[in-house]
Design a protein around this ligand. Structure first.
Ligand code: NAI
Ligand code: 15L
Length: 278
């Protein structure tokens, strides 16, 4: 096992400067508010417009695929919350640039600037080809359900390598479905509320000695496919549940044909998606 962040320093109650990538995105906008109490300065980055900087914020518009720009972006930060990237199934080229080259640029910059910890937005699509009647945990082999899922496998493996070789700690968040509310029957199992997301990132930044940890980002839903007992050291206790939305969701969305792969596999509709028309 490599060195850990807390080997070098006591974890601060409040970081000096935390970098949040993907700050213009759906979850980035939530974390922009939610991480404020945890950093004196939040450096926010995206390739899209992020509006005006508020007190305690720095805005840096940057493409994750631009190595030199990412080097400058990471300078003087204590921790990185890496949420930028292509967030759905897509053609290989944008996934390659944003999620594969992009995550490599982040870790290389972290290494060169001595950043001790990264919180990486991975995805449940790393394991999307497990069946919905299976319970899995962080040690089960990856079974990505598309090119997007494969890119998140790359990010998780890269982060493992940078921990073993360089001692950079990472918490990989295999986020389920984080939206204002669950949208369909599958999300009754995969839903992660915004409040639980913020709490999960808070725990991932502050827990001591996380080494390289993988956790599924999911609320306290009674229907579940993911066992997080191996990440208990993070201290994450979800407070919300999709159960309160069950009646609404079931009334609004009829069950899928049980033979449809989208209802068989954990990845849902992602098992149909992809640039494979020809
Ligand atoms: P989003 O698509 O709303 O936000 C992603 C942001 O990344 C966008 O603002 C986009 O401009 C930025 N981005 C993409 N490529 C970039 C590049 N090359 N350089 C700079 N910025 C770039 O996605 P969302 O929902 O906010 O997700 C955030 C992260 O969490 C993503 O990494 C996604 O894969 C992951 N995730 C999200 C889930 C969810 O339920 N919302 C579930 C699982 C994972
Ligand atoms: C993801 O990884 C996506 O980023 C998000 O848009 C949702 O589709 C989510 O997975 C999901 O599985 O519901």
């Amino acid at each position: 096992m490599g060195k850990t962040f807390s080997t070098f320093m006591t974890l601060p109650a409040k970081f000096e400067r935390v970098l949040l990538t993907g700050a213009a995105g759906g979850l980035g906008r939530i974390l922009r508010q939610g991480l404020k109490p945890h950093a004196k300065v939040l450096r926010l980055s995206d390739r899209e417009d992020m509006g005006a900087a508020l007190a305690g914020e720095e805005l840096v518009r940057c493409d994750l695929a631009d190595a030199a720009a990412v080097q400058r972006l990471v300078e003087d930060t204590d921790a990185i919350v890496h949420f930028g990237g292509v967030s759905v199934e897509a053609k290989f080229e944008p996934i390659l640039q944003s999620n594969i080259v992009g995550v490599f640029n982040i870790y290389e910059a972290a290494r060169r600037h001595g950043v001790g910890r990264v919180v990486f937005a991975s995805s449940n699509h790393v394991t999307g080809y497990y069946r919905q009647d299976e319970m899995i945990d962080a040690d089960d082999p990856m079974r990505p359900d598309g090119l997007y899922g494969v890119s998140k496998c790359f990010g998780e493996n890269l982060s493992r390598f940078y921990f073993d070789r360089h001692g950079i700690e990472t918490v990989c968040l295999r986020i389920g479905s984080s939206f204002p509310a669950p949208k369909d029957r599958r999300m009754l199992a995969t839903y992660l509320s915004y409040d639980d997301l913020v709490e999960l990132v808070r725990c991932s930044l502050h827990a001591p000695d996380v080494g390289h940890t993988v956790i599924f980002g999911v609320s306290d839903n009674s229907r579940r496919w993911w066992d997080n007992s191996k990440a208990a050291h993070l201290g994450f206790r979800p407070r919300d549940s999709a159960d309160t939305q069950r009646a609404r969701v079931e009334a609004a969305s009829p069950p899928l044909d049980p033979s449809d792969p989208a209802s068989v596999y954990q990845g849902g509709g992602f098992v149909h998606a992809g640039p494979f028309e020809d």
